[in-house]
Design a protein around this ligand. Sequence first.
Ligand code: UFG
Length: 323
Amino acid sequence: MILVVGGAGYIGSHLVKELVEKEKVIVLDNLSTGHREAVDSRAIFVEGDLGDEEDLQMIFSSYPIKAVMHFAAFSLVGESVIDPLKYYQNNVASTITLLNVMMRNNVKNFIFSSTAATYGIPNVDVIDEKTVTAPINPYGHSKLMIEQILGDFSKAYGLHYVVLRYFNAAGAHESAKIGESHDPETHLIPIILQQLLGQRDQISVFGTDYDTADGTCIRDYIHVTDLASAHILALESLLNEEKSAEVYNLGNGLGYSVKEVIETCEKVTGVEANVVMADRRAGDPARLVASSEKIFTELGWKAERNLEQIIADAWKWHQKQQY
Ligand code: UFG
């Protein structure tokens, strides 16, 4: 049985939908940002907190857990600058509690959701796993701290782990039964689609004077279903004892500017956007684009869905959003 912590959240719920096809799954989620409706009915659901030792011990005592996948983090860069304690408390302290209970119960396989934010402002156009990590905000710090802790736990306690550094997760499940739902929403693609649906008046482009071709920030958008498939491969490699203490980037390897994303949304939906130019948002690097060569070479994974597919699936979800 696999424990998915944060399995009611955006990325966790998409992973659970794939994982239940292969494994028995138990989800632990405190529903602070996740949605109970997003959890596939084939998974066992426990409402509880990853920082609560009793909740965790109950799960490890009751079920034969062979691996843990951890999605239960706060992930907003701007919020982390304003309220770093929230990030260090949950993303670091509570994760240590989880790791502690895992070690106590001799559960030694762990998949950790990390982020492109660990790279800070990279000095290369395409980021690979050897690119220096130098986060520029508490969110990125909190993720890198856990990566470092995992390295030390691996050497000292024999923890086997894979770290997956996501670039910009987007899109929705092809069934449109689950998708991206944050409150408040801050991410670019859902904001654009909400505007196209008339749910908000305008889209603000945060900064038009970056050192990029059209002056707006470039990101590497990766379909949430492609992220899910990478987790399944990483899990298999851990359970088959093929890989451990590995870090992989997960991206498309393609960069799109904010303006290009808006144009692609207009093309896919056939609806014209109402766009205003605005000031830069604090903490945004100009360009974040991944090389995912390493995970392709070692685990055979590559992103299969392009930006148009990401937007088409997100559009289906947003039109009939159920939670
Ligand atoms: N943007 C706008 N207007 C908006 C919202 C976003 O112009 O209304 C811009 C941002 O400034 C940025 C780009 O669109 O340049 C993407 O912004 P998102 O908020 O969608 O995503 P981020 O790149 O800020 O962050 C996301 C995750 C982080 C993760 C990061 C890694 O939220 O957790 O990707 O690349 F660390």
